[in-house]
Design a protein around this ligand. Sequence first.
Ligand SMILES: [Zn+2]
Length: 311
Amino acid sequence: MNKTAYITHPACLKHDNGAGHPESPNRLKAIDRQLHNSSLKQRLEYFQAPKVSREQLERVHGTKYLDYIEENSPASEQGTFYLDPDTRLSYHSFEAANRAAGAVILATDLVIQQKVNNAFCAVRPPGHHAKANSAMGFCIYNNIMVGVEHALEHYGLERVALLDFDVHHGNGSENIIGHDERILFCSTFQHPFYPNEPFAQDNPHIICSPLNAGSSGSEFRAVVKDKWLTALEQFKPQMIFISAGFDAHADDFLANLNFTEADYQWVTEQIVEIANKYSDGRIVSSLEGGYNTSALANSVEAHLRSLVLSH
Ligand SMILES: [Zn+2]
């Protein structure tokens, strides 16, 4: 096999949050440019994301919410509909959202069917703030949870880990996971900070590790070693999903943590090691945040380097 899948779709470049919005198509363009000039490029297998099906979305989102998104999707280039003050539907958003979730479905299929070792979804809109019945914080569908539920419900896996190192708490994922103990959720995030919602404490399958503003990669690495790796060793996941947000980078202007590319490479190496030990190497990673485009591109390359070197 020896393959890392890179899954994206042109529609993801057309989702338009409006002028000056940090969650812009330039993010994916910067990643694409970076990889074009990288030795990693020939180690990646490129795929176009399919559209997610309604049935696949319904494992994660309520039917009324899905109808609401569909009904309010603009029918012309001029139309817009605000789902929350930061998140809007433009003409192409519906297709972009369907491809973003579909990318994680394809990634899950490719990895479980052993067509690739692991996969990265370069998609937007991101997903981890989207709850079962609401959009939030640039997110429409919870892409990574659509993949997690596909692994559990379609393939019958019994233990799946979701690791989230985005600078923001993955509150949507935590909302959807609820009491489902088939999922181990580990999340680091700046706190107090957006989304300013309660998070689980003293919960063996939802491990939230808030970090103070100004924390560096060394604090992050300590949490990963103390909390994540300990829990993963006990849980022995059959597959690992990653909410890969890169907005904890020191150069990101939306938040105040000080991670570097080396930290993203390091954490990915730790995840690879656990995946190789317990999960047949199965890793599906999907892009969440990251708003300084050059820091984002460098960080994604570092993350992908560890995924590629895993096989
Ligand atoms: Zn974020």
